[in-house]
Design a protein around this ligand. Structure first.
Ligand code: UDP
Ligand code: MG
Length: 192
């Protein structure tokens, strides 16, 4: 058996918590076939709504579900880091709870890991549906980052990424105070 940790930052997401669980667990037959155990870590980033209540409902029916709850809102970067620190998995994946990162991609992502990659990254191929002003600044951001930084970062890169333990440990060894995870992913190297 191997263990997969799924890290899910949540800020005021009471409506998404159960929907995400439903989508993720559609992979259960795949996990079973491949002898992958699951730990699902919801990171509550100081939500003011019923996010914690919704996660606790899931915990009652499924012992694979866990919660880490912040004392206030610290931001997604802090939530992702807390998740990485608590994760025990041989493999770790991070996903947004609002299903912008489709859990249905996981089996395909695992195929690449088994071919010898340390990390399988995802990116958006279209910015359709996003406010044009946001797309504009996002593109400028990646353009500028490419210019000023040697670290590789792809336009449209998401934090949705499946990694091996050795890569997670490398990320955790970086005690950055103001973390920028998308940059750190590239900085640590490894075959992606
Ligand atoms: N999130 C978080 N803390 C925050 C803001 C967002 O943990 O302060 C979570 C949020 O619940 C979601 C993910 O980070 O799971 C991405 O947030 P959102 O969908 O708002 O970002 P966008 O899709 O606009 O980039
Ligand atoms: Mg979103």
């Amino acid at each position: 058996m191997s263990l997969l940790s799924v890290i899910v930052p949540c800020y005021n997401e009471e409506e998404s918590v159960a929907l995400f669980y439903r989508e993720l667990t559609k992979n259960d037959p795949f996990f079973k076939e491949k002898e992958i155990e699951l730990e699902l870590l919801y990171i509550d980033d100081g939500s003011k709504d019923g996010t914690v209540r919704e996660v606790k409902k899931l915990i009652e029916q499924d012992p694979r579900v866990h919660i880490i709850s912040f004392s206030r809102n610290f931001g997604k970067e802090a939530a992702m880091f807390a998740g990485l620190e608590k994760s025990r998995g041989d493999y770790v994946v991070m996903m947004d709870v609002d299903l912008q990162d489709p859990p249905s991609l996981l089996p395909e992502m695992f195929e690449w890991i088994w071919q010898g990659y340390d990390s399988v990254a995802t990116r958006r191929v279209t910015r359709k549906g996003e406010p044009p002003i946001r797309s504009f600044f996002a593109r400028r951001f990646y353009h500028l980052m490419k210019k000023i930084s040697q670290t590789e970062m792809m336009d449209g890169a998401r934090d949705y990424r499946l990694m091996t333990r050795q890569m997670v440990d490398a990320i955790l060894s970086m005690r950055e105070y103001n973390r920028f995870t998308k940059g750190i992913f590239g900085w640590v190297g490894f075959k992606t």
